[in-house]
Design a protein around this ligand. Sequence first.
Ligand code: MC0
Length: 223
Amino acid sequence: MMVDLNDAVMELEHWKTGKGVILYGVGGTFCSGGYLDTVKNICNSEDGYKMSTLMHDSVLRLRNLPLVSVALVTGKAIGGGAELILATDFRLLSSSSEIRFVEARMGVGTGWAGGTLLQRLVGPRTALDLLLTCRKVSADEALVLGLADDLIEEKDDDDDEAALKKTTDWLNERIAHHHYSVVQTVKGIIACDDFEEERRIFSSTWGGKAQQDALNKNMKHNN
Ligand SMILES: C[C@@H](C(=O)O)C(=O)SCCNC(=O)CCNC(=O)[C@H](O)C(C)(C)COP(=O)(O)OP(=O)(O)OC[C@H]1O[C@@H](n2cnc3c(N)ncnc32)[C@H](O)[C@@H]1OP(=O)(O)O
């Protein structure tokens, strides 16, 4: 799964006209973390560092894609799976889903970039609390904490298709009406977090067709 994720992200890096991507699980579980047989086989510091390096690479590349990314969380997101929901721009949770950072219970810290990403999202105190208590976070609590952006009122976690459709609609509300170059510019600016890079990305759409078309429409923005 870890290698597959890395391959998938590399493939997405070549998608020049893309706007969005949804990360989701099937069969009622988002992800229950690293495959435990593999975890047992690589249970030493050196291999742990290698695993962490691979997962950081995947997560950072996913975050830096010029696509708007959403994690659709149905069922459980546990351990590394809970960390994975932090790799996207947005998180939509089904009302019955559950997030649980079990790493400390498993005798370790966060290896899939979750520590840094969690504290950026919910602040260091809440991050420390969630990582130390290893408690279950319900979808409702996740919304209050800022861990979820919205809830999918999908009572049945088994209905992957319906949840995916709702997530696609949610994402499309934000990206469908923009040209891909505009979505990629906006996402690139947010992801780069750097003024000089922002100027460079900004100037890639300035004067382009989407801007020309918009100017020619003589738009008013009062409704
Ligand atoms: C990277 C590392 C980290 O901590 O940083 C990790 O992520 S370590 C991984 C952290 N995750 C875990 O420790 C998950 C432990 N498993 C669980 O807590 C539970 O299985 C749940 C995921 C809550 C699902 O419970 P539920 O009662 O719904 O189903 P279940 O227990 O019968 O699970 C169905 C089958 O999937 C297996 N299964 C579930 N998660 C697995 C995993 N991560 N690796 C290997 N097998 C796993 C179960 O052992 C079981 O196999 P059998 O039918 O053969 O019994």
